[in-house]
Design a protein around this ligand. Sequence first.
Ligand code: PLP
Length: 394
Amino acid sequence: MKIGTTHLFVPGPTPVPEVVRRAMNVPMEDHRAPDLPDFVLDLLADLARVFRLREGRVLVYPGSGTGAWEAAITNCLSRGDRVLMSRYGQFSHLWVDMARRLGLDVVCHDVEWGEGVPVEAYAQELRADPSIRAVFVTHNETATGVTSDVRAVRQAMDEAGSDALLFVDGVSSIASLDFRQDEWGVDVAVAGSQKGFMLPAGLAILGLSEKALAAAERSTTERCYLAFRDMITANDVGSFPYTPPMPLLHGLRASLDRLLDEGMDDVVARHHRLAEGVRHGVKAWGLDLCALAPRWYSDTVSAVRLPDGVDGAAVCRIAYHRYRTSFGGGLGKVAGRVFRIGHLGDVNEVSCLSALAAAEMALLDAGVDLEPGSGVAAAQAYFRQALAAEGSRP
Ligand code: PLP
């Protein structure tokens, strides 16, 4: 018999807070009830606050992040459009694959896994080729724990005089990392419900600028279920074009209340503090991150490189079976060579310490030579000092 919690430290899905889980436990209801529009309109308005989006709108589809990728491409672009993309991990790789399968003419830059978006290469490409219609960035590459500088890409686009649309995958950044859709000039931002929003998978969420909405009116790609136009027409009267997953929307209401109550600046600061603590722990083990330099470090997921001869899948297996703790394995090119600790969503200092404690045991059992307790002790020291420095109430 399994007693106690199974600890979830994959970088999505993330633990669902009790208040959110309870909010989803509703009797089925009429999604065309007369009081539903007020609920929906408030929900969408508050969701836009998390994207820091005023000049545009957010749309919510039943689906996952991958569905949001597809909605973004099929609504805003047309077959044959030339787009600028880069691959530096499994998720950026998959978005390129989708773009090609949907008929876009993809100019793709391959970057070493462990680095992020190649801003200088993008700048050169944009200066040389004014026909580029869209520029894609995976803000937080979940496979490698790398965060890219979206603002710098916007700046490169502006300096090159490009009028391309800026597409950003924010699946593992939005609602956790600093993200400013208006300020950074992001036209299409993509998110999913199961990461920073602390919900089950099931909602594909998009933030769209006015420019993206105008592009969607011109695009000639066929789409139906994911058509922005149908969703917008229904949303304008606080409704959906088809039956929405109401329990998830109630969960989203509770999740937005939590995020906005904490305040997005504090949400971002908490994720930074927790990630720093985890990084102190990894350093104390004598291990390196997959992210090759501090400027790429992700505050939502740390991918930890393993010494030669230690299999990342074994670390995850031991953690799961012996210590009832789930970590993310390595994906694609880094399969077996890293394991990933997710530290996003409903997490705090002590939950991160428990992740480090479980990881330490699994690493030792898998044959990694490290000082028992070293990672936990380093993170504890960091958290104590950081919280005291912040003036956190004793
Ligand atoms: N983009 C990123 C950065 C992700 O981390 C993921 C999933 O982990 C996806 C896209 C795909 O999202 P989903 O699995 O919700 O379809």
